[in-house]
Design a protein around this ligand. Sequence first.
Ligand code: GAF
Length: 386
Amino acid sequence: MTDAVASAQQRFAEQYGRRPVGVWSAPGRVNLIGEHTDYNDGFVFPFAIDRRTTVAVGDRDDRLVRVASTFSPGTVEVHLDELSPDAVSGWAAYPLGVVWAFAEFGADLAHARGVDLYIDSDVPVGAGLSSSAAIECAVALALDEHWALGFDRPTLAKVGQLAENRAVGAPTGIMDQSASLLGETDSAVFLDCRSLDADVIPLGFAEAGLSLLVIDTRVSHSHATGGYAARRASCEAGARALDVESLRWLDVDDLDRARELLDDETFRRVRHVVTENQRVLDTVRTLREQGPGAIGPLLDASHVSMRDDFEISVPELDLAVETAQANGAIGARMTGGGFGGAAIALVIDDLVPVVARKVQEAFAERRFREPAIFTVHAAQGARRDA
Ligand code: GAF
């Protein structure tokens, strides 16, 4: 039994005065490439990481769902007969939003018994590593199995996304929940967000002597506030003006026509999405044909596109990326929704300490907040642990 599982069982017992009946967990994610493409029906290539959220579950005799966590003292509860996306706010909206979303997806909860949940996590919050999807997916898998609801993993991803969209209020796509539920050790999930076809592809980082470094700038961001929704709205406006159902239907050959028809800002938003979709396809092909050591230029180009066309980077992310590149990283880019959070750098194992130190020094020199720098490995998706 891992420490995380034993700790979740113990904390559950301290909180509720009995042992849980089961423990489940789900990971955060790093997106290797394919940013802001998911809600445009495009391609993404994320992987689940070795940072997980654990949920311990215990039965109740009534129809209350109660949730406690290490993030916040006390418990928050909802009644299974009074589910609503607006029932709670704050961190509890993630787990309790999932319960509401199950009902929206047709789960028959009429005879379900209530549950007590205890949530613990080592996915850093606000780092752009999908701590929110990790909660949603751990709870979704746990309750699906505990209540024998019988949903498959792609549907559980949609349940988590609906909770995030409606109970939390962040208009996000399907990428993070898909990575958390479908991820496998040492592999990334190549997902077509239109068909939801997923291909799990070995990354081969260890065999190639490469490490994936996360540089958490500790600039906090929220997808429930302005910037993310504004980018999504620009993409939808661009698709409407170009008379396509979504930007997925455009490729790089359509960009000349887009430039003629769109204002400059919308054009650049569209160009990011169209070229990023192509970069995902190129990354998957390059990885398969030449191995991970050859994907660096695509990661670098993705960052430039997010910085200049999609305008979702911040000075700390740019500095992290540029410093990593200048000190030998094979490729580097910001990861996730942007406006803060983390950058990733693909680095030869021996250079990891140098790159980490140089980034720390560069941040100190600019008087930026000290970043948190650590390596991550591609890990197994959501699972039952006990
Ligand atoms: C966030 C969202 F949750 C994802 O759906 C995705 O849009 C990502 O930002 C940007 O690629 O993580």
